[in-house]
Write a protein of this length. Structure first.
Length: 92
């Protein structure tokens, strides 16, 4: 397959990634950004940190989605010593 592409368009064609089959994302980028923002900047009521289930329920997605998102971005809110909400001081 790559030989035909090379013969048709040279090296430039090989450097571009061809479209691949696959299921399109079902969750829009705005919702993913909202989950990341909430994870970094907020703390749930009556808890010290977000859980996967709590965040999923708050945003209407599956726990697996939250887990994949946190893993992809290196977020570990359960590690309280290593994870802190936004350090910006609150004006009095």
């Amino acid at each position: 397959a790559w030989r035909r592409r090379f013969a048709a368009g040279g090296v430039a064609v090989l450097l571009r990634d061809a479209p691949r089959p696959g299921r399109p994302r079902r969750i829009d980028p705005a919702r993913l950004e909202a989950i990341l923002r909430a994870t970094r900047l907020t703390v749930p009521h009556a808890a010290s940190h977000w859980s996967v289930r709590g965040m999923a329920a708050a945003h209407g997605v599956s726990p697996a989605t939250v887990q994949r998102l946190w893993k992809a971005h290196g977020l570990k809110p359960h590690l309280v010593e290593a994870f802190e909400p936004d350090p910006t001081p609150v004006p009095l």
